[in-house]
Each structure stands twice: as C-alpha cells, then as structure tokens.
Design a protein around this ligand. Structure first.
Ligand code: UT7
Length: 331
C-alpha cells in the first residue's frame, strides 16, 4: 500500500498589493523588489477573512476534485504559522467544522514554509501504516496578520493564500508519493522568528510596543543557506531513488525568491520549462506556496495525472525538505 496524491485545490484572496502600492507605504521601489525577489504582486486577505476561511475554500475544492464525500476524510492536517487562534482550537478543527466533517483526527503543524511537505510526510505515514484512509492536508496563511508594514526588509516579500490536497491510497507505485525527506536545524532558530507572544515573551504592552509580534528575518543569511541546503537535499533524494532531473516532469519549489529558485534550478540542471514559478504573482505564502503552485500548473493544463513532481522547501526553524510525488488526480 502506497500513499497517493489524489487532488489539489487552492484559494487566493481577491485583494492585491502590488509593488507600486508598497512604494507608497515604505521606502522601496518596484525595481528593487523585482530585481532582488522576482515578486510583482501579492494577494491579501480581507480583514474579516481568517486563515481557516482561506483553508476551507481550498480544502472544499480539493475534496470535490478527489471525488470523495467529506465524511470519507478521516484526518485533517493544517500547516500554518498564522492559525486563527494563538493556542487553541487548532485551525484544522475550525476547518473540519466549516466542511461539516465530524470525528476526524484534526491538528495543526508548525514547520513554517516547509509545513506542506511536512504534512505530506505525516499523511504518507498515516496511510502506509493503515492508520488512516484519506487525509486532507492544507497549507494556509494569513501572513499579512504578522507582517510589519513599516519594515521594508520583510513586508515586500509575503502574501496570503491557501492550498490543499487529498492524500489517499494506491497499490500502484507509479501513482504514489514516492519519497519524502524532511529535516531541520534549530541552531538557526533566529533566522526567521516571531519573537513575541509565546511562553518565552508573553503578550504584554511592552512586547507590543517593541513590535515583537511581527515576523523578523535575517534575509541574506537565510538566502545563502537556502541555496546550498536545497541543492544538496534535492540531489540526495534523486540519487536515493535512482532518478535524475530528466525523470522529473515538474520541479515545484517553495516560492520565496526567484533568485533562490533560479540558482537551485541551474545547479540541478532543470530546463526552465520544467520549473514551476508563481512567486511573481503571489509572493511568499509560506506553507501555502507549494500547493498554490501545484494548483496553478494543474489549472493551466500543464500538470497531468502521472506526472512526477519534485517539491522542495525551506523555512523557519530552520526546516527544509523535498518530495518526489506522482500527481494522481483523475477529476
Ligand atoms: O520563506 C522562507 C525562506 N525565506 C527565504 O528564503 C528568503 C531569503 N532571503 C531573500 O530572499 C533575500 O535575502 C531578500 C530579498 C530578503 C533580500 O535580498 P538581499 O539581496 O539579500 O538584500 P540584503 O538584505 O543584503 O539588502 C541589500 C540592501 C540593504 O541596503 P544597504 O545596507 O546595502 O544599504 C537593505 O537595507 O537592500 C536594502 N533593502 C531594500 N531596499 C529597497 C532591503 N529591503 C529593501 C527594500 N527596498 N524593500
């Protein structure tokens, strides 16, 4: 028995925030943002939309495309760093209620931008151990709720959105979630961090006055580590499975920065037409970025059932991972 990637869905909020809009907010330029990141636009959730609203819409689409009824979903894993509620209930439980799913195992995971690949790994383990039959995995973020729009080094990078997938079972290895690597190194915990609001620095007026509730990033240091770590990780998963970049139909990396994707893509010798790029349209949407990218390529008509996807990701923790996955959506 193998886990199988049965369907994809996504939801993108309608409101946009362009580079020109940002020029009016912080000391930046369209030219700087485009040259350094490849980002031209991002989508921002409305004030009354929370992460679970975005997640629910993506999940509903993924379930519809899987051909399953909602009550056939027996686990829901939501990867997010912007949950509806700080401690509880989990966003996965809120989404379960919105979908009308009762009694499923539902929980959130915190692995920042690597969250979707981590969730996929847990879903694979659930299914291949026989513990669960159909797992809904979600990457959803309202990053605009933790971005400091006075900090030009971060606010130009991030956007909101959600993606979801249904992971079921197959007997056919050529339709499976073939392999996944997930890793971390907590020595770099301060590279991407929201310092305030947790048990270390609980919420207080002083914490708020120091802006510690917002996301902080050591961008340049993160950039250099990302390129080297991802290149090695992808080389290792390909080698372990006796594959090369030629066997992969689509390289679908985390969409943080065009320059990171381009550098890794060149080192791994992926031709441009195999590299999935959505960073210009959506910016960095953390855990949502990979499923949103998969959905874009599916809706464009490029990604078809049977295609081998190579996912790779890098984010706060630090965490990273890669996955070789056959896309297996029939509807
Ligand atoms: O998703 C999780 C993983 N995240 C990542 O992988 C992100 C990795 N990092 C990056 O993508 C890039 O490091 C950034 C896009 C964040 C920054 O690009 P960079 O080429 O590393 O720039 P830098 O941080 O070295 O800054 C260069 C200059 C600085 O000015 P000085 O000190 O040289 O005078 C910054 O103050 O650019 C300045 N700068 C800006 N200028 C205009 C920083 N942000 C901006 C801005 N507009 N928005």
């Amino acid at each position: 028995m193998f886990a199988s990637f049965k369907s994809i869905g996504s939801y993108i909020p309608s409101k946009t925030l362009t580079n020109k809009d940002l020029e009016a907010i912080v000391d930046t330029t369209d030219e700087w943002i485009l040259q350094r990141t490849g980002i031209a636009n991002r989508h921002i959730a409305h004030e009354d939309e929370s992460t679970s609203d975005l997640a629910y819409k993506a999940a509903k689409q993924a379930i519809q495309r899987s051909g399953l009824e909602v009550d056939e979903i027996d686990a829901i894993i939501c990867a997010t760093i912007t949950p509806d509620y700080f401690c509880m209930p989990s966003t996965a439980c809120v989404v379960a209620d919105k979908l009308g799913i009762k009694y499923a195992t539902s929980f959130d995971i915190s692995a920042a931008c690597s969250g979707f690949v981590y969730a996929l790994n847990i879903a694979k383990a659930f299914i291949e151990s026989g513990l669960k039959k159909n797992v809904l995995i979600i990457g959803a973020e309202k990053l605009s709720s933790i971005v400091d729009y006075n900090d030009r080094t971060t606010c130009v990078l991030f956007g909101d959105g959600a993606g979801a997938a249904v992971i079921g079972a197959t007997e056919d290895k050529s339709k499976s979630v073939l392999d996944i690597h997930t890793s971390s190194d907590g020595a770099y915990q301060d590279f991407l961090i929201t310092p305030g609001g947790g048990s270390k620095t609980p919420c207080s007026t002083q914490m708020i006055s120091e802006n510690l509730q917002y996301l902080k990033m050591k961008g340049n240091e993160t950039f250099k580590l990302a390129v080297n770590t991802l290149t090695k990780d992808v080389q290792s998963i390909l080698k372990k499975n006796n594959l090369t970049s030629e066997n992969v139909d689509y390289f679908i990396p985390h969409q943080a920065n065009y320059r990171i994707i381009d550098a890794v893509g060149r080192k791994l010798k992926f031709p441009k037409e195999k590299i999935v790029l959505t960073v210009a349209k959506y910016g960095n949407t953390s855990a949502a970025s990979i499923p949103m990218a998969i959905n874009d390529w599916y809706e464009k008509g490029d990604l078809k059932s049977g295609d081998l996807m190579l996912l790779d990701t890098f984010g706060g923790g630090l965490t990273w991972g890669s996955a070789l996955v056959y896309f297996n959506q029939d509807n």
